[in-house]
Design a protein around this ligand. Structure first.
Ligand SMILES: CO[C@H](O)c1c[n+]2c([nH]1)[C@H](O)[C@@H](O)[C@H](O)[C@H]2CO
Length: 456
């Protein structure tokens, strides 16, 4: 299986998960600093205080990327490094780190793909309401413009947000992520303000001459248990309604406004039932619908549902009446996520059909497994099998006509896995968090060969 000649092979990380140096060079506090330091929020009391110490080790890490032959490296910028409180003057020392990182990447012939927001909101803005407050969307646009002004001469690929669904529904809905709020109305307001911030920032980036702009979403094929292993299975009416409802809340809630400038009726109805839709102002959808070039797709596993009595007051899914989350008959990763490779091709073909005006890029795909270091090596055959199976489906999606530009593995390095802390390892490079030693896992060596061959 050989991929298109211009197919982009890369890896992805995020600022709070790898950088450390949380009090260095003028960096302000983020909501994840606050959340991770609050007892009980993160496994083993882990925090991102040190993480992979990438802030100090970035040159060596870029050396690893060069060794793997990556064409692209997706990383996020920590807003609190740029504006410590989230608004006002720019912190030159914070911006200087990313300036150095971009130059090191270009020196290594690696294209920087910048994500402007990967969940580390400045705490100062959270104290003003965070994403529940409409003003945060405008502060985000100011921040985006300031970063692009500095890096736009060398960075061509820009993602505004990483996974607004997660920011809104895990951050303000069921509270398992920062800032840890549990309020369905706050979650729905936040989802809208995140989208508004995306649109406002995308316009600033475009006005600044950005080459390619994308929105990165966590998406998945929503399937009944029978459909997981049998694409031809036909669900009954009630199960089909459950599938449609969750597909709408998970994917259409974000891509319909961003790509088509419309909200699905079910989202508006859910907002009316959860605090009202007064936060959706006239003209907002036009602002959100700023032209973008790509949708970044983060895929790990399908979402398996069937009709049922509805979720408990689980505020991560307001509007999910009549839905029960089910399990898939499939092996699982260390996260307990089902391994269903063809879910990726089914998703990519559908998104390509539903949103034909934009290209696609797999901006995250990977897996956590219980890695063991043996004689200085990590023989992660399970991760190689996972990546191989999913890349075969990426190839199939391209063959089926999906406009797919590239694949970025999650993740380059073992890192801070949010509420799971360091106990879940997604990296193709093993990190010893005591010594900060990096070791290529077998999956990294395998991925290097895939890149060199441009195929499987
Ligand atoms: C359901 O998975 C989500 O799409 C998702 C999975 N992941 C993500 N989003 C985030 O973008 C990363 O920061 C996580 O480290 C990574 C692994 O958990």
């Amino acid at each position: 299986m050989i991929f298109p000649e211009d197919f982009v092979w890369g890896a992805a990380t995020a600022s709070y998960q790898i950088e450390g140096a949380v009090k260095e060079d003028g960096r302000g506090q983020s909501i994840w600093d606050t959340f991770s330091h609050a007892p009980g929020n993160v496994a083993n009391g882990d925090t991102g205080d040190v993480a992979c110490d990438h802030y100090h080790r970035y040159q060596d890490d870029v050396g690893l990327m060069r060794e793997l032959g990556l064409a692209a490296y997706r990383f996020s910028i920590a807003w609190p490094r740029i504006q410590p409180d989230g608004w006002g003057s720019i912190n030159p020392r914070g911006l200087a780190f990313y300036d150095r990182l971009v130059d090191a990447l270009l020196e290594a012939d690696i294209s920087p793909y910048v994500t402007l927001y990967h969940w580390d909101l400045p705490q100062g803005l959270e104290e003003r309401g965070g994403w529940t407050d409409r003003d945060t969307a405008f502060r985000f646009a100011d921040y985006a413009q300031a970063v692009h002004d500095k890096l736009g001469d060398r960075v061509g690929d820009w993602a505004t947000l990483n996974e607004p669904w997660v920011s809104a529904y895990l951050g303000y809905g069921n509270g398992v992520h920062a800032p840890g709020q549990r309020d369905p109305a706050a979650a729905m307001r936040s989802a809208h303000h995140l989208l508004l911030g995306h649109g406002l920032a995308a316009r600033r980036l475009r006005d600044g001459g950005a080459r390619r702009i994308m929105l990165v979403v966590n998406s998945a094929p929503v399937l009944t248990p029978a459909q997981v292993n049998d694409p031809a299975a036909v669900p009954g009416e009630a199960d089909a309604a459950a599938v449609h409802r969750i597909h709408t809340l998970l994917t259409r809630q974000f891509l319909d406004p961003a790509v088509n400038g419309t909200y699905p009726a079910e989202v508006l109805e859910a907002a009316e039932r959860n605090g009202g839709a007064g936060h959706i102002k006239d003209g907002d959808l036009e602002l959100i619908n700023a032209p973008i070039d790509l949708v970044g797709v983060n895929y790990y596993n399908p979402c398996v549902v069937e009709s049922g009595p509805g979720l408990p007051a689980d505020a991560a899914w307001p509007g999910s009446e009549g839905v029960r989350f089910a399990t898939a008959d499939a092996p699982t990763t260390a996260m307990g996520w089902p391994i269903v490779p063809d879910g990726l091709s089914r998703l990519l073909v559908r998104l390509s059909r539903d949103y034909p005006r934009v290209g696609l890029m797999v901006t995250e795909n990977g897996a956590a497994f219980e890695d063991v270091v043996e004689n200085g090596r990590v023989h992660d055959a399970d991760r190689v099998a996972y990546l191989n199976g999913h890349l075969r489906e990426v190839w199939r999606a391209i063959e089926a006509g999906a406009d797919l530009r590239g694949y970025l593995v999650w993740s380059l390095l073992d890192n801070f896995e949010w509420a799971e802390g360091y106990r879940r390892r997604f990296g193709i490079v093993h990190v010893d968090f005591t010594t900060q030693t990096r070791v290529l896992k077998d999956s990294a060596v395998w991925y290097r060969d895939v890149i060199a061959r441009n195929g499987l």
